[in-house]
Ligand binder design. Structure first.
Ligand SMILES: [Zn+2]
Length: 279
């Protein structure tokens, strides 16, 4: 036995040297491995962003009006995916490439979703971050539509809530840890309930679409912890208040002007989700 100890002792410097060498090779490898998911997520976001504008253009109609089926020049639109560009208009304007429908910039969608997805993937890997990356294109689409026509269509908010629940549930199943998932479901109900109370007290202040949007946002915050539910919700309200103040001060709006809350809930939501993912 003493002989064995002596051998181990002689081996320690060798093992230490070997470990140092492995670490030296490992560090760039580990860094490269960290860049891969960021790139994959950014490409996913950019491609999904390229697919959004057509749906954005078609869904951005005031409440009660049918979805758009034609371009501004009344040509029937071909599909729901891809840039909101009319081929018939392009064909009539000889020598011109098809242009984005007014206000629906394809490049802006692609860059926004690409950057957000990449930033989320740069955080610690978690089912919460994966779910957030997956649904980022829908959140961007919702934020844009609410900004333009002050509504959050049910056709997006309700499947979004279901998708977030399924993705987080799958994450919990894979990790054999129900804690974050249970907290996420509870947080979704609490945040949505809070917005519902505000809606009951002051229906002119927020829309019922905001109540429905709070459900998936609350779940995404809640996966990371109650602190991030508070931070995400607070960041959204703070941004909306700042924007409203700037509008009033710059005389672009009066005190009674209504601003859409959805884009701020979603922007604040990304602050909360990113803080939660990075913490
Ligand atoms: Zn057209």
């Amino acid at each position: 036995m003493p002989q064995h100890h002596a051998d181990s002792g002689a081996l320690i410097p060798l093992i230490t040297a070997g470990q140092t060498l492995v670490n030296k090779i490992d560090a760039p490898y580990a860094r490269a491995m960290h860049i891969v998911p960021v790139l994959v997520a950014a490409v996913y976001g950019a491609v999904a962003g390229l697919l959004l504008p057509s749906a954005a253009y078609r869904l951005a109609v005031p409440a009660g009006q049918p979805r758009r089926t034609t371009c501004p020049e009344k040509h029937v639109l071909a599909g729901w995916r891809g840039p909101a560009r009319c081929r018939s208009c392009a064909a009539h304007a000889t020598g011109r490439r098809a242009r984005d429908a007014p206000g629906v910039r394809t490049a802006a969608f692609a860059v926004t979703t690409g950057v957000l997805c990449g930033a989320l993937a740069a955080a610690a890997p978690s089912a919460g971050a994966v779910a957030a990356v997956a649904v980022t294109p829908v959140l961007v689409l919702l934020g844009w539509i609410d900004h333009v026509v002050h509504r959050l269509p049910d056709v997006l908010t309700l499947p979004l809530a279901a998708a977030v629940a399924v993705l987080l549930g799958a994450g919990a199943a894979v990790s054999h840890n129900l804690g974050p998932f249970t907290r996420a479901l509870l947080a979704g109900l609490v945040l949505s309930g809070a917005y519902f109370l505000i809606f009951l007290i002051n229906p002119s202040g927020i829309g019922f679409g905001d109540v429905k949007l709070a459900l998936p946002l609350g779940m995404l915050f809640g996966w990371h912890g109650w602190l991030f539910v508070a931070l995400g919700a607070f960041a959204g309200q703070l941004l909306a208040a700042l924007y409203g103040t700037v509008l009033v001060l710059s005389r672009h709006a009066g005190r009674s002007t209504r601003i859409a809350l959805g884009p701020f809930m979603i922007t604040g939501g990304f602050v909360g989700i990113l803080l939660g993912s990075w913490a």
